[in-house]
Design a protein around this ligand. Structure first.
Ligand code: FAD
Length: 594
């Protein structure tokens, strides 16, 4: 095997271990790739339980009051620091232990409720929402999910109150998007009671202010010369822990402390291992599933701020003797922000509900939510920026800050390109495996397998593709949208099958094709969430006898625009200039001097 093949083999093995360990449950998004619409998981639109809603309302009221009085996003950006008073206040309101069980000092809220809290913070200050995410959504998440009772009892109470802070440390120089390439070493001590950690981490939010860090390091696999990743709880008072840079100066979310640290022969007790030894990558990815959900909530909040700012300016600023809101090209932007903000909230709520309902598999949905909401938010900010014209460029308005702050979203917690490819490949795995089975049986028929098995498998696949799935809605006025969505899911499944049959294994490297498939899948998921929310709002409006609201118009617009995009992505699978794109890139990359 040459070096390239060996590397490829290693990548495939890592991906398999990472993504497909254990049985494959059919999540909602995976169902879309197979032409199914698993309606029970997305309809009716999920609601927070009444008991929890009352508690959440109380917390939101306290939070809003606290943020109104104490949070100054411009000052946080200017000083590149979130004041300790703000952190303490968030702790008092319960934000820093929102989803931790009450027995450990948390608030015991669901993910859906947690998302409402983060949406509120995301409306006001991205530095603060990223700080909360780093501490609660990812920093202490591994402890919440994988910690033993003793570990939780020891660490959680102070982390929930904010007396102590958490961080999540995965990224290193050589392990950015390629998270599996962690180089930090953890070798067992001779007495077997500790692990000795060595290496450096960079770009870690809260690194220098955290009292507990979830650190991913490479441990030997007993009885072999291989290594795998394990998650450890590390405290900065352990000898050998060194902050190299506490606050790396940066473009946006300046209030967060993004740092670099080194561990030099740090002795970590083996009781500090989180989750099964050697399964740290799985731990990390599960943690990031939660982080991506609250990411969606923060982006939703910021998009709502974009909408408010756009409306305020378009209704007051006059040019050509008219307020800007009279111009169709301004209206177009505002309508799209409203439609996208509606969709972002619906998608966040449904994804959070998957977690709350204890579904096994929501990796694809959280990746979709992250990519979709971060890309839409970027567009929203760009549009509102344009509506404000020159004034947006100056620091007395929040827009340039919001733009700087939002840029990290497309990179952090999985770069959008990496997640886009992931969405397509994981989604296609189900139908791909079936085709592989058909193909393998056809080219290598054995007496036991033969063509009969291939024929059965083929019939099964084709049978799945001929039916248009039913999308059940309660409201008669949404039947047409539901039928269109069903037909688009059917067309999507046909397109996925066709791509798999046409390209087979090389599809693993065809990222331009993967992007179209992932984009179509994301819009199908977003449309589903919007339809579900729209249906439930129409139903309750009918019950209360109220008339159509701006939200319903925004939902209607979103579905129309989303369906158009899906048709466009699917058409692009066969009508595109990919060869020319790749030839140009290759030529330019190999002639840097020209
Ligand atoms: C402000 C900030 C805070 C952060 N906080 C944390 C934290 O708390 N904890 C933590 O562990 N990490 C944190 N990170 C790290 C963050 O998760 C990484 O920056 C991110 O995963 C990308 O890694 P990288 O920067 O090394 O980029 P690279 O991996 O070098 O990627 C650069 C670009 O290459 C492209 N690319 C890479 N791989 C592929 C591919 N397979 N296909 C197509 N395109 C590809 C993408 O466009 C990507 O944006 C933070 C980063 C920043 C900037």
């Amino acid at each position: 095997m040459n070096k390239l093949d060996a590397q490829r083999q290693k990548e495939i093995q890592q991906a398999e271990e990472l993504l497909f360990a254990g049985p494959q449950a059919l999540g909602f998004a995976k169902g879309l790739f197979q032409g199914h619409f698993v309606s029970d998981w997305v309809m009716p639109y999920p609601r927070i339980s009444e008991a929890q809603n009352a508690e959440l309302d109380g917390t939101l009221t306290k939070l809003r009051q606290f943020l109104d009085e104490h949070l100054d996003a411009a000052e946080i950006d200017r000083n590149a620091d979130i004041p300790r008073g703000v952190i303490d206040g968030l702790g008092r309101v319960g934000v820093l232990g929102m989803t931790a069980p009450k027995e450990y000092g948390g608030s015991g809220f669901s993910q859906m409720a947690n998302c409402k809290i983060l949406e509120e913070i995301g409306r006001r200050c991205a530095s603060t929402s990223v700080f909360v995410n780093a501490h609660h959504s990812i920093g202490i998440r591994a402890l919440l999910l994988f910690g033993t009772h003793e570990q939780k009892q020891r660490w959680l109470p102070k982390l929930c109150s904010g007396e102590q802070l958490g961080a999540f440390a995965l990224t290193e120089k050589e392990a950015g998007s390629d998270a599996a390439n962690v180089q930090m070493q953890a070798r067992p001590s001779e007495d077997g009671l500790h692990f000795i950690l060595n290496g450096e981490k960079r770009y870690i939010t809260n690194a220098a202010i955290a009292d507990v860090l979830t650190v991913m390091a490479r441990t030997p696999v007993p009885g072999s010369d291989k290594t795998s990743i394990t998650a450890f709880l590390v405290a900065p008072d352990m000898p050998g822990f060194e902050i190299i840079e506490a606050r790396m100066p940066k473009m946006g979310i300046r209030g967060t402390a993004t740092g670099r640290f080194a561990l030099r022969d740090v002795k970590v007790p083996k009781e500090n291992i989180l989750g099964p030894p050697g399964k740290g990558l799985k731990v990390a990815l599960t943690v990031l599933d939660f982080g991506r959900t609250t990411f969606g909530a923060c982006c939703t909040g910021a998009a709502k701020t974009c909408l408010r700012l756009a409306i305020e300016h378009a209704n007051t600023r006059k040019q050509f003797n008219k307020t800007l809101g009279n111009f169709h090209l301004v209206q177009k932007k505002i309508a799209r922000i409203a439609a996208d903000a509606y969709a972002m909230e619906a998608m966040t709520t449904i994804t959070a509900a998957f977690i709350d309902r204890g579904l096994e598999d929501y990796m694809l949905e959280t990746a979709m939510l992250k990519v979709f909401t971060t890309e839409r938010l970027w567009e929203c900010i760009n549009d509102v920026f344009q509506i404000y014209g020159g004034s947006a460029y100056f620091v007395d308005l929040p827009l340039e800050r919001m733009m700087r702050d939002a840029r990290i979203n497309q990179i952090g917690e999985g770069a959008n390109e990496v997640l886009t490819s992931f969405i397509a490949l994981v989604g296609m795995r189900g139908p791909g495996m079936e085709f592989k089975e058909i193909y393998d049986t056809m080219v290598k028929p054995t007496r036991e397998q033969g063509f009969a098995k291939a024929w059965t498998a083929g019939k099964h696949r084709l049978g799945a593709t001929v039916r248009v799935p039913e999308v059940p809605v309660q409201s008669a006025e949404l039947r047409s949208f539901a039928n269109q969505l069903g037909r688009l899911i059917w067309r999507f499944n046909v397109a996925v099958n066709r791509a798999l049959i046409t390209y087979r294994e090389p599809i693993l490297d065809m990222q331009l094709l993967q992007e179209r498939i992932a984009n179509a899948a994301m819009d199908l998921f977003a449309s589903t969430c919007v339809l579900s929310r729209y249906d439930s709002e129409l139903q309750s409006a009918q019950r209360n006898g109220s008339s159509s609201s701006p939200d319903q118009l925004a939902a209607n617009l979103f579905l129309r625009q989303s369906f158009r995009r899906i048709r466009h992505f699917l058409a692009g699978l066969t009508d595109n200039e990919d060869k020319s794109v790749l030839a140009t890139a290759k030529s330019v990359l190999s002639n840097p001097g020209d």
